[in-house]
Design a protein around this ligand. Structure first.
Ligand SMILES: C[S@@+](CC[C@H](N)C(=O)[O-])C[C@H]1O[C@@H](n2cnc3c(N)ncnc32)[C@H](O)[C@@H]1O
Length: 239
């Protein structure tokens, strides 16, 4: 467990400023740091969501929109709302949706996970990729996602997690010093040092599934990917 005195949570404003700063290079840096594996992780998240053709879905912390676009690649007729507080990340997402020419583009909106501008019981499902770790009040964000979800709807959170296996952790410690260097190549080493600290301080898998249950989700589970360096958390709103 990490030192309890460390707290890498930063305010919503600091978060927004950081993502505004790295928006233009975010996708390339992401691909490089994950060795291209992030594409498959998003695909797996959407497969686990199993979206319906005419369903209505929400992508929380959409950033440059990859998870929202992956959803539409699976079910082109779904309706996707996608929110993020970083206007620069949203600008990249909007451009990408135009370039990809998806038949029905996600509706990108500037909003905060802690105060979703949507009525209760609206969405058939919600996804959230590599964003939950960044949220200052995570339990509140889960309650918001629960609130806007229809009964029976699924929440899938894809997140970077600190490996729990000692041997994997050893390999992780060897690889991760490269991450800020890769970040520096793309113009911002500090943001990627923060990324590593925030992963180490992020609650362990059992604690995250506990938070899902406190928010009211049932059938809660976590699926480790890439030897536990990434996890998909899943829960369903009771019917
Ligand atoms: C690491 S990026 C992930 C983007 C995208 N979901 C992906 O899979 O690549 C994290 C995103 O979460 C957003 N974010 C941070 N705090 C947030 C909050 N309180 N509510 C919604 N989004 C937030 C950031 O602006 C950023 O775009």
């Amino acid at each position: 467990m990490s030192d309890a005195s460390r707290d890498t949570l930063i305010s919503a404003n600091e978060n927004r400023e950081m993502f505004d700063r790295i928006a233009s290079t975010y996708d390339t840096a992401n691909r490089a740091i994950s060795l291209g594996l992030d594409i498959g992780w998003r695909r797996k998240t959407i497969e686990m969501l199993a979206p319906m053709e005419d369903g209505l879905y929400l992508d929380v912390g959409t950033g440059t929109g990859d998870l929202a676009m992956e959803l539409l690649a699976h079910v082109p007729k779904a309706h996707v709302e996608a929110i993020d507080p970083s206007e620069k990340m949203l600008a990249v997402a909007r451009d990408k949706a135009l370039q990809l020419g998806v038949s029905r583009r996600p509706r990108f909106q500037n909003a905060d996970a802690l105060n979703l501008p949507m009525p209760n019981t609206l969405f058939d499902g919600i996804v959230c990729g590599f964003c939950f770790r960044n949220i200052e009040h995570r339990q509140r964000a889960l309650s918001e996602m629960f609130r806007v979800m229809k009964p029976g709807g699924k929440l899938l959170i894809l997140e970077a997690t600190y490996p729990e296996n000692i041997l994997v952790r050893w390999g992780y410690k060897l690889y991760t010093p490269l991450v800020p260097l890769i970040g520096k190549l793309f113009g911002d080493g500090d943001a990627y040092s923060y990324l590593l600290d925030s992963i180490e301080d992020f609650p362990r898998r059992d604690a995250v599934t506990g938070m899902f249950r406190i928010a009211g989700f049932q059938g809660v589970s976590s699926t480790p990917l890439a030897m536990g360096t990434v996890s998909i958390f899943e829960g369903r709103k009771p019917t």
